[in-house]
Design a protein. Structure first.
Length: 149
């Protein structure tokens, strides 16, 4: 027996002088099977695969967030004389959101934002009322005339 390499596909074999055909390619989508049949099962004693992500954390109450945003806007809005009206909205949103957060048993957060909205809304309303009183008593004069000509 000689140690000759096997012939290339399509060339005649030295013993028969007939061309050899290559084996057919595996069918599309099938994985090659190991020699001897199917894959063996994994050995016993392996732990199960780890689980997915944990449960979702508490969610931010959007009404509390909007209470804080409208509270800040009410203080800024005092320059344009509509801050007191936005302050009322801020207080209402803050009170409703605090009730929702308390009833959620820890599923919602945002108590600090709700309190900030209530506080800034109240400050805006108080300043708005003071401005109205000062206008009504004539302390703030709206008929300003310039002395510069």
């Amino acid at each position: 027996m000689t140690n000759e390499p096997p012939p290339y596909p399509g060339e005649p074999s030295p013993s028969t002088n007939e061309p050899t055909n290559p084996p057919p390619p595996p069918s599309y989508g099938s994985a090659p099977q190991p020699p001897g049949g199917a894959y063996p099962p994994p050995p016993a004693g392996y732990p199960p695969a780890p689980g997915g992500y944990g449960p979702p954390g508490p969610q931010l109450n959007k009404m509390a967030m909007w209470s804080m945003i409208t509270g800040i806007a009410s203080i800024v809005g005092l320059c344009c004389t509509f801050g007191g009206l936005i302050g009322i909205v801020s207080i209402i949103l803050g009170m409703i959101s605090r009730g929702e957060i308390a009833k959620s048993n820890g599923a919602q957060t945002g108590t600090g934002m709700a309190i900030a909205g209530i506080a800034t809304g109240a400050v805006a309303i108080v300043i708005f009322v003071i401005i109205i009183v000062l206008y009504a008593t004539g302390t703030i004069d709206t008929d300003y005339q310039s002395n510069f000509g």
